[in-house]
Write a protein that binds this ligand. Structure first.
Ligand code: ADP
Ligand code: TMP
Length: 237
C-alpha cells in the first residue's frame, strides 16, 4: 500500500488516498476539539490509543456480523479503510441521559432511558451540526428510507454488542456517535465507518461512574490521557 495525496484534513483525523482507488488511509491525530471547534487542545498519545480502540471494536463487531470500513491497522496511528461515499449524518445512540440530553429533557445526568434513543445530527460545520429527524433527512436527500432503516438496525445492534463487551470490563456505555457510508465500489450497501473511541463515546466506570472519555477534556476534569489509556487497557488486557 502506498500513501497518496491528502484527501481531507479533519479535526481529529487526516485522510489520505492510496494506490488503490477504493481504499483510504486514516491517520489519527492527538488534536481534540469541543463545542463545535470553539475549544481546541492536544491530548498526547490520543491518536495512537484511538487507532487501537477503534480497530479493536471494528474487529469485535465484524466477528458478530457487523460490517465496517475497517480493513487493517497499518501503523501506530494509521488504519486502512474502504473508501465510502459518506452519509452526512452523525448518528447518536443513547442509553443513559448525559451531555446535550440533560438540557433537552430537563433530566439529571445518569437517568436511565427505557429504550435506546437514536438521534440524527446533520454533519455541517457551517450550520453547527443541527439535529434532524427522519423526515428532514428524506426531504433533503441526505439518505433514503431504506438507508435509514439499515442505519438504525446497525446502530442498535452495535449498541447491544458494545454494551455487552464493555459490561464485562466494568464499563457502562452511556451514549455514542456513529457515522456511515455507502460502499460504492460494491452494491451501495451501508457500512459503519469513521471511528469508535473515547472521542465519540461516553464510557463510565460501572461502580464509581468515573468518566473515562472525552468529557474529561470537554469539562476540564483532568486525567484525560489516563482515561483513554484506561479504556484501552481494560479492553485489550
Ligand atoms: P471531522 O470531519 O468532524 O473533522 P475527523 O477529523 O474525524 O472529523 O475526519 C475524518 C473524516 O473522514 C470525517 O469527515 C469522516 O466522515 C470521514 N470518513 C470516515 N470514514 C471514511 C471512509 N471510510 N471513507 C471516506 N471518508 C471517511
Ligand atoms: P451530546 O450529548 O453532546 O449530544 O453527544 C452525544 C454523543 O455523541 C457523545 O458520546 C459524544 C458524541 N459526539 C460526537 O462524537 N461528536 C459530536 O460532534 C457531538 C456533538 C457528539
Amino acid at each position: 500500500m502506498i500513501k497518496g495525496n491528502l484527501l481531507y484534513e479533519g479535526k481529529a483525523k487526516t485522510v489520505y488516498e492510496t494506490d488503490n482507488p477504493n481504499e483510504l488511509l486514516v491517520y489519527f491525530k492527538d488534536d481534540a476539539t469541543a463545542g463545535n471547534g470553539e475549544k481546541h487542545g492536544l491530548i498526547p498519545g490520543k491518536g495512537v490509543i484511538n487507532n487501537k480502540i477503534s480497530a479493536f471494536f471494528f474487529k469485535q463487531l465484524k466477528d458478530r456480523g457487523i460490517k465496517s470500513h475497517f480493513i487493517e491497522t497499518v501503523g501506530e496511528r494509521e488504519m486502512l479503510v474502504k473508501r465510502l461515499d459518506m452519509i452526512k449524518l452523525e448518528i447518536v445512540v443513547r442509553n443513559i441521559v448525559a451531555g446535550s440530553l440533560v438540557k433537552r429533557l430537563g433530566l439529571p445526568e445518569g437517568t436511565p432511558l427505557n429504550v435506546p434513543v437514536i438521534e440524527y445530527d446533520y454533519k455541517s460545520d457551517e450550520l453547527g451540526d443541527p439535529m434532524l429527524n427522519r423526515w428532514h433527512i428524506m426531504a433533503i436527500d441526505v439518505a433514503t428510507i431504506d438507508e435509514l432503516n439499515q442505519i438504525e438496525h446497525i446502530a442498535l445492534t452495535t449498541n447491544t454488542i458494545l454494551r455487552e463487551i464493555l459490561k464485562a470490563k466494568n464499563v457502562d456505555l452511556i451514549d455514542f456517535k456513529l457515522e456511515f457510508g455507502r460502499d460504492i465500489s460494491g452494491d451501495g450497501e451501508v457500512l459503519l465507518a469513521d471511528e469508535i473511541s473515547p472521542d465519540n463515546c461516553r464510557f463510565w466506570d460501572t461502580q464509581t461512574h468515573e468518566k473515562l472519555d472525552k468529557d474529561r477534556f470537554r469539562q476540564d476534569l483532568g486525567g484525560v490521557e489516563e482515561a483513554y489509556q484506561e479504556i484501552l487497557h481494560r479492553l485489550t488486557l
